[in-house]
Design a protein around this ligand. Structure first.
Ligand code: S3P
Length: 184
C-alpha cells in the first residue's frame, strides 16, 4: 500500500472518484490505494452487486443472464451515489450502460485505467471468476471488448495509462493525475 497521502483540492470536494476500464486494468487494486491516499471510503460495485444479490457475479450471469446483472449494477451504482463520496471501482461494463454513464458523469470524476491487450490478457489469465471471459479465447474476447469499449471509455475525465510498474508506484502516479486534474 502506498504511504503517500494527498489532500484533494476544493474543486473535487463532494465528488466521487470513479474508476472505469476493462477487466484486469487494476480498478479494485488501484481504487483501494487511491481511497487510502485520499482518505475517502472505497467501494467496489462488483462486490456491492454480489452482496445485494446474495450470490456471485458468475451465478447471476448463469441463473439470470447478463441483462439482469446490468440492471442490478445500475441500481447498485445509483445507490452508491446516494451515499457519501467515495472512490468507486466499477465493473468493466458499467460505463457502457448509457444511464450508468450519465450518472457517473454527473456525480463523479471518471478515470479510465487504459491498458493494452497484452497486459490485460496476462492479468486475467488463469482467473476463472469472470463470466465474459469463459466463452472462448480470452485474448480474442478482450481484443473485441477493446474495440467496442475504448471509444466510449475515452469519454472519461481523466485517461490514465496503466503500466507494469509496481502497484504503489501506479497509485502514486494516479493520485498525481487526479490532483493535476483538480487543480486545472
Ligand atoms: C464485466 C467486468 C467484471 C464484472 C462482470 C462483467 C464486464 O468486472 O462486472 O464480470 O462487462 O467487463 P471487472 O472489470 O471488475 O472484472
Amino acid at each position: 500500500m502506498s504511504d503517500t497521502r494527498v489532500s484533494l483540492p476544493g474543486s473535487l470536494a463532494g465528488q466521487f472518484i470513479v474508476l472505469i476500464g476493462l477487466m484486469g486494468a487494476g480498478k479494485s487494486n488501484l481504487g483501494r490505494r487511491l481511497a487510502a491516499a485520499t482518505s475517502l471510503p472505497f467501494k467496489d460495485s462488483d462486490n456491492e452487486v454480489e452482496a445485494a444479490a446474495g450470490c456471485s457475479i458468475e451465478e447471476i450471469f448463469e441463473q439470470y443472464g447478463e441483462q439482469e446483472f446490468r440492471d442490478g449494477e445500475r441500481k447498485v451504482i445509483s445507490r452508491l451515489f446516494d451515499g457519501e463520496p467515495s472512490v468507486m471501482a466499477t465493473g468493466g461494463g458499467a460505463f457502457m450502460d448509457p444511464e450508468t454513464r450519465s450518472m457517473i458523469k454527473e456525480r463523479g470524476v471518471s478515470i479510465w485505467l487504459r491498458a493494452d491487450l497484452d497486459l490485460l490478457n496476462r492479468r486475467t489469465q488463469g482467473r476463472s471468476h469472470r463470466p465474459l471471459l469463459k466463452n472462448g479465447n480470452g485474448r480474442d474476447i478482450l481484443a473485441k471488448l477493446i474495440e467496442e469499449r475504448y471509444p466510449v471509455y475515452g469519454e472519461a475525465d481523466i485517461i490514465f495509462d496503466v503500466s507494469d510498474e509496481p502497484a504503489p508506484e501506479s497509485a502514486e502516479r494516479l493520485a498525481s493525475a487526479l490532483l493535476a486534474y483538480g487543480e486545472e
